[in-house]
Design a protein around this ligand. Sequence first.
Ligand SMILES: Cc1ncc(COP(=O)(O)O)c(C=O)c1O
Length: 424
Amino acid sequence: MSLGATAPSRATLATPVFDPAVLRRDFPILDQEVNSRDLVYLDNAATTQKPASVLTALESYYRRDNANVHRGIHELSRRATVAYEDARARVGRFVGATDPAEVIFTRGTTESINLMAWSWGLDVLREGDEILLTEMEHHSNVVPWQLVAQRTGATLRWLEIDDQGLLELDALPKLLGQRTRLVSLTHVSNVLGTVNPVADIVHTVREHSDALVLIDGAQAVPHLPVDVRSLGCDAYAFSGHKMCGPTGIGVLWARRALLDSMPPFQGGGEMIRVVEREGSTWADLPHKFEAGTPNIAGAIGLSAAVDYLERVGMAAIARHEHELLTYALDHLAEVPGFRGLGPDQVELRSGVISFALGDAHPHDISTILDSEGIAVRAGHHCAQLVMRHLGLPATTRASFYFYNTTDDVDRMVTALHVVKGIFG
Ligand SMILES: Cc1ncc(COP(=O)(O)O)c(C=O)c1O
């Protein structure tokens, strides 16, 4: 079952057999040697690879349909506009959004969160208001709020993580109150792999405050079925490049009433209704938040990625990643000095393994792995608050996607034995 550019029709894929070894053939980049070894790509939390169908969608847009959207009366502009707006509806449906006007295309999760911070935050927050974040946030969900808090006098409060890498949810009700205006947290931790119980958290927030809930879904949407409506949150952010789509495209989904209440984030073309010397009025949603020429090809590529992921099946992807995680943790435990971070219960995790290996520095570990053709990440993973909690300056991180196999894990385990041999 290869689902790439020459994918068979939907009908013939009704009951596909999930086989990562076959699926990976859809990803041309994976078929190469790095440092004279077959590439093993385990840096999927940073960015994922693109199937041939996404590459084809990008190329055919630029070869046949390229024009600016919403402006021209000519055929190419009409085609580009239809493809761009179809992509919005398609990507929205993928996460359970029924109204395409609630789907704002951004550059990615970072810009989606900044949109909320600079539009909603700057407009609404006042001195004494509180923003509740968690200790496991990516810097993208920390720094925008620090910047806006500095300007508005709002205060940041923190939900801590425990030694397992789970949120201390018992403390949540005490952190909520009249002053809490926003709770913003990640759905899945990019360091620990922890999958947070978002629907339960939203329920608790509603019981104890009137705060909005914003979810950073950068590590969730690519890996598990997500339905923004059943999660109950007010806004949800994610990135295309972490889910087989191109870089430079992402989404902010938010409730229509919330988006209607928010002022524009950036000004320029596309986002206005009328411009006068004295001032301007704004276009309807979603265009109010999409100033300038958007990333048309990116949206079309993301839509193709969503088509691909749906054909593979999000439930099957989540199941495979759990199996791979379990397999990997079992085998990594045999490497002397291996210390895995994150929850013990694999059901509470996604396919991310951050680890320490004796005293070996993560940069040395990943350099040796690279020499064996294995791509992992070393560093603080843009989550220095998590590192501080762990008492480590950095970790090595292997992160899986559905095209990874047990062979990939075996290659990493063997290479870590080599690392251990070198560093003793
Ligand atoms: C949890 C989380 N949030 C936000 C981001 C930022 O995503 P982007 O760089 O695509 O905006 C990342 C990227 O690694 C992430 O893992």
